[in-house]
Design a protein around this ligand. Structure first.
Ligand SMILES: [Mn+2]
Length: 263
């Protein structure tokens, strides 16, 4: 049985559906795990959430979701003022427009998110969280580390059981093996044994104009596939982000030029 894992969709519902088609997802035979951040920034957050709700209802045992920092902001927004402000800056407006086009409100879905989007998902030979992991025992990590932390994964210090993450957009899916060195970009369209240790980040910045990536795991092997982003983002992201992505495919530049920080 294949398991298909997809990272930060951010309202890129069209790309999500075309990626499912590209990897020939079969709902009766495959499992599907979404790593969170279904909404905000992109144009179709409402459609994406409705799809997830319907899918979870119809496929409760083969479809799993994890909570991202954007879902966490929705859950927390009424209590914490700083979370409200940050959320404004990182694409809440796009979600509000998407929901109001359907005369709906996001708040209504907080109980569904709390019930159906836990902060981690554990399997026998790997597990999934949204952002990063520090301690082998997932219970020992605080919520901020698992759901919100941008920098920890890149420090490449975690060498425990292999964990699939999203959250930090990168030019290519990347394996952090716990050695403390640079992450290793992973190739698309080839089967390889699933590494046993470290983290693999599969967020390739679809909503920033790059790609939506799927990781397929079957019998201890993995395969990566993607669709190009066709999205028009509603919140302005500087064009230099795309240029840096292109330049970073040249190894010497990759060494001296890190990804711009985006939440
Ligand atoms: Mn995120």
């Amino acid at each position: 049985m294949r398991t298909i894992i997809i990272g930060d969709i951010h309202g890129c519902y069209r790309e999500f559906i075309s990626l499912l088609k590209k990897v020939e997802y079969r709902k009766k035979k495959d499992r599907l795990i979404l790593l969170g951040d279904l909404m905000d920034r992109g144009p179709l957050s409402y459609e994406m959430l409705q799809w997830a709700i319907r899918w979870k209802e119809e496929n409760p045992d083969t479809f799993f979701l994890i909570r991202g920092n954007h879902e966490l902001m929705l859950v927390k927004q009424r209590r914490e003022i700083d979370q409200r402000l940050i959320w404004r800056l990182v694409g809440k407006g796009a979600s509000i427009r998407s929901f109001s086009r359907h005369k709906d409100r996001m708040k209504r879905y907080i109980p569904w998110i709390v019930e159906n989007m836990p902060i981690y998902h554990e399997e026998d030979d790997y597990r999934c969280v949204h952002a990063s992991v520090e301690y082998e025992n997932l219970e020992d990590n605080d919520e901020e580390r698992l759901v919100e932390d941008h920098n920890y994964a890149k420090r490449n210090e975690y060498a425990g059981k292999i964990t699939i993450i999203g959250h930090t957009p990168l030019p290519d899916p990347t394996h952090y093996d716990g050695s403390g060195g640079e992450g290793i970009p992973l190739p698309y369209h080839e089967w390889h044994p699933l590494p046993e240790h470290g983290t693999i980040c599969i967020d390739t910045g679809c909503v920033f104009g790059h790609r939506l990536t799927a990781m397929i795991i079957e019998d201890g092997q993995y395969y990566l596939d993607y669709v190009e982003s066709g999205v028009c983002i509603e919140n302005k992201v500087p064009k230099y982000i795309k240029y840096i992505w292109r330049l970073r495919s040249i190894p010497i530049i990759r060494r001296f030029c890190s990804m711009p920080k985006v939440i």
